[in-house]
Write a protein that binds this ligand. Sequence first.
Ligand SMILES: CC(C)(COP(=O)(O)OP(=O)(O)OC[C@H]1O[C@@H](n2cnc3c(N)ncnc32)[C@H](O)[C@@H]1OP(=O)(O)O)[C@@H](O)C(=O)NCCC(=O)NCCS
Length: 173
Amino acid sequence: MQDSCAITVRKFELDEVSTYRSLRLAALEESPDAFGSTLGAERLRTTEEWASRLQGGCNSELDLPLIGQVGTTAAGLAWGKVDRSDRTVVHVYQMWVVPEFRRCGVARLLLRTIVAWAASLETRAVHLGVASAQSSAMRLYLSEGFVPFGQVESLRLGAALLSQRMRFQIPRA
Ligand SMILES: CC(C)(COP(=O)(O)OP(=O)(O)OC[C@H]1O[C@@H](n2cnc3c(N)ncnc32)[C@H](O)[C@@H]1OP(=O)(O)O)[C@@H](O)C(=O)NCCC(=O)NCCS
């Protein structure tokens, strides 16, 4: 890969609501079976709700809303979130990479950034849910040391799709 196409991952800025909204809606449209939420539900959000969601995340020490870029182009997103009822656990949500930038390492860098953040907060583990049929996502997480745990559960209410919980234990220093 050329330097001009270098992958970077950083926290979203407060004024990037439109970029966040576009990426998230594109994710739900392109990969409807990968997420608990749906395009239909998220399209109903107002501009103010998108702004409030992103700005809430940007301003919280318990959230890490990330954008992945290839060069200066938005190439993916992921959202790290400390579990509000168990502060020893961080969750990964919204992981998605623009199809043309897949297999370049964008998701791996997004995931590693969340794991490093979780370690810096001295949490114990990173958890996520992956649709059982989503083998590329499952391979990504397995390759980064995540292991399945618990029973498969419904991806969303009323759906036949199943989701598998996975976790990564943060090594103690
Ligand atoms: C899953 C997804 C996020 C991976 O993004 P990506 O940027 O292409 O992944 P990376 O390039 O960082 O891949 C890292 C590793 O994951 C594994 N992997 C990723 N995609 C794979 C595929 N299609 N086939 C096999 N292994 C794959 C490989 O081990 C890969 O390492 P390698 O390329 O050195 O072999 C992306 O395919 C995607 O957005 N899918 C649809 C949405 C989704 O499933 N999100 C996850 C919700 S839990």
